[in-house]
Design a protein around this ligand. Sequence first.
Ligand code: COA
Length: 303
Amino acid sequence: MQPLLPIVFPAGRIVDPRIQAAADRHRLECVDGDRFDETYDFMAACFGPLGEIEPREVLRAEIETPRFHGQVGIDYQLVRVVDLEGELVAVIDGRYAFGPDLILGLGSNITTDPARRGDGVGAAVDLSTRLPFLARSAARLGRSPDLPCVIVADLDPYDPDVPESLARMRLWGRCGWTVIPPAALPFALLGQADPDRPGELLGPTPNLLMARGPEATRLTSLPRSVLRSMVDLLAAVSHGHAPAHEVEGWATHARSAVDRWPDHDVALLPLPGRDPTPEVLAAVGREALLDASDRQAVAGLTP
Ligand SMILES: CC(C)(COP(=O)(O)OP(=O)(O)OC[C@H]1O[C@@H](n2cnc3c(N)ncnc32)[C@H](O)[C@@H]1OP(=O)(O)O)[C@@H](O)C(=O)NCCC(=O)NCCS
């Protein structure tokens, strides 16, 4: 079993008292072989019905052994959030991908026990320092943690018919995330199980990609060269769970879009806050996402 870690915020970050209180009442524990099944089941209860979780055996193997794809080293981490009595309250998972010039942290899933939502646990965990986790992955892979680092996570677009989509965006916006314009880097979920057709895959599914600096720092732009490295790292990670032709098709498509972006720096999109303007909502909405995908398809970028 791994030691319990306190929830610590990056140096100099002040959080509101509700979130500090949640941090003080919880601890983090990286899962190794022990407790894997219980932790997986907790996550699967939330994401299994949506087809948004990798198969149990894929994640178990990744916990045991970090993986390499060409030059890219990939380490998966599954983290339990427990209260002071040791009860499981939330689970978060993700990967670090170490490339030649960039470390990409990929948040995968986060879920809090439905009975404990709204207590500040999600924000406390999301805002907490990742340095111990980055160091752990670097050590497991035999790589240096001293490279530029960007953290990303996928996000469902704003949909006025799905109230949680806006609630989630407000939460993540408060936690410092901004969104990569889908026309600059047309992100897609790959290798996802089709919840309606057991054993079948959905095929590439466009989604938004949020970004943040390594210590929850808000980013307003990213150089195009960094987006290019991100595509390589996202593709390397996807090779672990998606068919090669799907990954290669998506990566070709995404590289073309990045290369065609007219500016050296890509301005990132804000997430909606308390009183979002229609423009802010539209930029992260389903229509904008599909429009970006369609326009690229029309321009012949889709392989
Ligand atoms: C998103 C989630 C992890 C937040 O955890 P949490 O412990 O409730 O987080 P906090 O208490 O810090 O923040 C609660 C805020 O999140 C908002 N929120 C975001 N998504 C939500 C959801 N699906 N259900 C309920 N509240 C949600 C609430 O409106 C609340 O906002 P407020 O503070 O303005 O009232 C949790 O709601 C959850 O497990 N949702 C289902 C899984 C999910 O959607 N995960 C994110 C994508 S991987």
